[in-house]
Design a protein. Structure first.
Length: 158
């Protein structure tokens, strides 16, 4: 299991900052997704399915972000290429071995609904948004929540 404080401080916060999406709401949403999908990185591939990486992103979603979302968001495409040095669609297996890339892709998925994410004001709303937006039917299994995480993210779930 990845130490949740380290992944937040060393991966999630810097990735969001580079994308100009740095906010407590985005951080909480990504931390909750990480917790709910893989229990903070216990799995890198879905046990019975195609989802990959610490956020368990489906390959179809990965492709959709690159071929549908990013071409319509020049601001984000410019950041992805100039700041993250990604100039062509990476192989989906990069979600497994590159934590920053997996975080980038999860953040880009949530950036599709940026105004809604920035208005999340409680963990109940964070969890509801995760459940409704990350896990579309037939995309991935909706996993049960381990424990209601305090909004400050000061302790890992038991």
């Amino acid at each position: 299991m990845i130490d949740f404080k380290q992944i937040k401080k060393l991966i999630i916060e810097p990735t969001l900052k580079k994308l100009n999406l740095g906010s407590i709401e985005f951080e909480q949403l990504l931390m909750h997704t990480l917790e709910a999908e893989t229990n903070y990185g216990c799995f890198l591939k879905q046990k019975e399915g195609d989802c990959l990486g610490v956020f368990l992103m489906h390959p179809n979603l990965h492709s959709e972000i690159w071929h549908v979302f990013l071409p319509n968001r020049n601001d984000l495409m410019t950041i992805v290429s100039s700041v993250f040095n990604i100039y062509r669609v990476p192989d989906q297996n990069r979600l497994i071995y590159d934590l920053q890339y997996a975080t980038l892709m999860a953040a880009l998925h949530y950036a599709r609904n940026e105004s809604l994410v920035r208005n999340l004001s409680s963990m109940t709303q964070v969890k509801a948004h995760y459940k409704n937006f990350w896990n579309k039917p037939k995309r991935a299994e909706i996993l049960p929540f381990v424990k209601i995480q305090p909004i400050s993210w000061t302790e890992p779930p038991l």
